[in-house]
Every structure is written in structure tokens, then in C-alpha cells.
Design a binder for this molecule. Sequence first.
Ligand code: FES
Length: 145
Amino acid sequence: MLDVATPCTADELREEGFVDVGAAADVPRLEGRRATVDGRRVAVFRLPDRFAATDAACPHKGGPLSDGIVADDCVTCPLHNWRLNLRTGEVAGQDATMPIHHVVEQGGRLWVRLAGACDGHREPERAASRAAAPGPTPVRPAAPA
Ligand code: FES
């Protein structure tokens, strides 16, 4: 499995299902830009400490989320002010969620992989890796005093 926290090559990103959506410098701080990943329109945002991506159309009536106001890990739709959390995908006060896509910055480029798309890439290696990995260490409750 690709460890996106460490540097990796463009070929490795492609192999893991990421798509180059453009230069990171083209997304100003606290703004969004539209892109297309595997035929799906997405919006990519530059937050103070990272990039985030979700679908381009607001779940309310399809407003352009990439034109929304970005603050506090959220984007506010410019049409009717629905507020979407770019970390969780939750929409404040609504029974709606948005997918949060994976974003990696590599060599000044932004790479996006659609949420849920990772299982289709290199799954046999991942399954073998998971099977060989040691399980979590169980936490035992403290004995009563
Ligand atoms: S279309 Fe986004 S809040 Fe209505």
C-alpha cells in the first residue's frame, strides 16, 4: 500500500489510482478550483495546513462548491450557504454528506483519488500485506484497586 506521507513518484501515484489535477500553486490559500477525476467533477481546496477535495456540485441544488467561502476546514456554498466540512464530509444542519476525496501534493502537483476508489488498485498486494501485518495490541482494563 502506498504511504502518501512519504515522497513517491508520479508513476506510483498513478498506479494507486491518483489523477494529476494541476499545479498546487494554482489553488490559492482558502480558495477552491474545479477539476475532473475519472470523469467526475471535483473541487479541490487549499486549507491553511493541507489540501482537501470533494465533489464539485453542492448536495443541495448543485451549486459550485469551488467558488464557496473556505474557513475552519469548511466550505460554504455560494448559492444558499450550506456549510460542508472538508474533513468529515458532513453538511451542517442537514441530513446530507459529501465524499471526501484523497489529495496528495507531489513535486508541486496535486493528485486526487476519488473516495472509495482505492480498493480497485493493487488490492492483491494490499490483502497480502494486511494478512502478514501483526494485529493491534489489545488494551487490557486496569485491575480494580
Ligand atoms: S446549492 Fe448549495 S446551498 Fe443550495
